[in-house]
Write a protein that binds this ligand. Structure first.
Ligand SMILES: C[S@@+](CC[C@H](N)C(=O)[O-])C[C@H]1O[C@@H](n2cnc3c(N)ncnc32)[C@H](O)[C@@H]1O
Length: 464
């Protein structure tokens, strides 16, 4: 998980989106749920957390349904960020979501304030006029079919989640209020408590599943792979699994909706492997697996139609942000082995992915890593960044056991989550910690710590 400046990364109550049905219907690998016997290495950990052979099935079922609900909630979070920031459907100025949350909460009467933030349900509160106008314009805009991928997705989401046209604006206003409550708790309330970051972490374990992604995650993975290459210059990586690759549909800040949404991570991993000499394009297959069918569907299309990746640092360039030399070097080289580059101003460029590179991306899979695993041959490398913060300890233990089962003996797992439970269970799973690196991305003038991340490398033992 990224840290510094409080920069923490960022359901089946309604019919699953059509796009999801499409991706699921095309799924090629066998997807399996773990049995109690599969979980022998962590049975005692599970038992300490109240899971037994009798209850495992129910726990997996409930978690799967909860995660599906969190996908829906995450999609609706992105819809609210789109409604506030997009300039596609309105000439009104964008509204910064966290500032909108602050203004909304501060407009409440002190008693309503406490009930709003801590009550079990979300009370009706007045939605500002500027937000209501944007919502009304968005609903009108999403009436007809839209050709850009972002608007087409949101149209489908709105029409599926709120089928009755007459109730759409009110439903979206309720979603706005729900998202503002979460944002206020995360940005203003939790950091000010004695537990601070821990409270923010707790919020992440219950929130909707965001698909946000940024190229800084690629820098972390590149650093981990460079360590691997330095330790074993002759190692070759052929089969790779990227868990939770993400899609930059409508982030909480800095929405750029002049470009189509992108999923960078599979391409960034491919580029890192080839540039470090760990892989060759013709001999590499990368499987991306994500719980969100929208991400899977996007990547399946990208395989057939190689994207022009518009790369821009999420940090932007400013007088207060000083990128580390290593990060600048990473950004300069990023993408050169997988396509042709066009430089833009500052930290911006476009990589047109080549057909050969796109061939290395095999059809993506819809997978809940907490409750499912892929059958078939093991992977040489599994990458999972900025996904574990969404899981509580039990879910993380289940996810790691699925990852361990999919990693071939001698294979490597890279992630950026430094949590105690991983130290507790990964040795038992035959996937001990081997290396860790602290990665500085930038320094920020006036901040107490740099913007940084960590990368952890585990290797699957060969004698089990
Ligand atoms: C915050 S994004 C991170 C994207 C990317 N890995 C990165 O570091 O930029 C988390 C991704 O994990 C996916 N995800 C969340 N829970 C998941 C689960 N249980 N199984 C598989 N994917 C999941 C989300 O849909 C999303 O695409």
């Amino acid at each position: 998980m990224r840290h510094g400046l409080g920069a923490i990364p960022r359901p089946l109550a309604f019919p699953i989106l059509l796009v999801g049905a499409l991706a699921a219907a095309q799924s090629s690998s066998s997807i399996q749920r773990p049995t109690w016997r599969d979980l022998v290495p962590i049975q005692s950990y599970l038992a300490r957390h109240g899971v037994s052979s009798d209850t495992l099935h129910d726990v997996i079922d409930r978690t799967h349904a909860k995660n599906a609900a969190r996908v829906r909630e995450g999609d609706l979070d992105h819809l609210v960020f789109y409604a506030l920031q997009s300039t596609r459907f309105t000439t009104r100025p964008p509204i910064e979501p966290a500032l909108s949350a602050k203004a909304l909460v501060e407009s409440l009467h002190p008693e309503a304030h406490a009930a709003f933030l801590t009550g079990p349900s979300i009370p009706d509160v007045p939605v500002p006029a500027a937000v209501r106008s944007r919502i009304a314009e968005l609903v009108t805009y999403l009436g007809p079919q839209r050709s850009d991928e972002r608007a087409a997705f949101f149209r489908q989401l709105v029409h599926t989640a709120f089928p009755a046209a007459r109730g759409r604006e009110a439903a979206l206003a309720r979603e706005y209020v729900r998202v503002m409550r979460f944002l206020y708790r995360k940005e203003f309330l939790a950091p000010a408590t004695a537990r601070g970051t821990s409270d923010v972490h707790d919020l992440y374990r219950e929130r909707g599943l965001s698909t946000d992604t940024a190229i800084e995650a690629g820098f972390v993975v590149h650093t981990g792979l460079a360590v691997l290459q330095a330790l074993e210059p002759t190692r070759r990586v052929r089969r790779v699994l990227v868990v939770g690759p993400g899609l930059d549909l409508a982030p909480r800040t800095g929405l750029l909706d002049d470009a189509s949404p992108q999923s960078y991570q599979p391409w960034a991993v491919m580029d890192a492997l080839v540039s470090l000499g760990l892989s060759q394009l013709g001999d590499l297959s990368i499987v991306a697996a994500d719980i969100n069918p929208r991400v899977v569907d996007h990547l399946r299309r990208a395989r057939g139609s190689p994207p022009a990746l518009r790369l821009a640092s999420a940090l932007g360039v400013s007088d207060t942000v000083v990128m580390s030399p290593d990060y600048l070097d990473y950004f300069t080289r990023l993408g050169r082995t997988i396509g042709s580059e066009t430089r833009g101003a500052g930290l911006r460029k476009v990589i047109q992915v080549s057909v050969d590179s796109a061939r290395a991306l095999v059809p993506a899979e819809t997978l809940d890593i907490v409750t499912e695993r892929l059958g078939g041959p093991g992977f040489d490398l599994v990458v999972a960044t900025n996904i574990f913060p969404y899981f509580n300890d039990l879910e993380l233990a289940l996810a790691m056991s699925n990852i361990a089962a999919m990693t071939r003996p001698g294979g490597v797992v890279l992630h950026n989550e430094g949590r105690a439970v991983l130290g507790e269970i990964t040795t038992d799973l035959g996937l001990p910690f081997e290396q860790a690196r602290y990665v500085t991305i930038a320094t920020i003038r006036g901040a107490t710590a740099p913007l940084a991340d960590s990368v952890f490398l585990h290797r699957k033992v060969t004698t089990r």
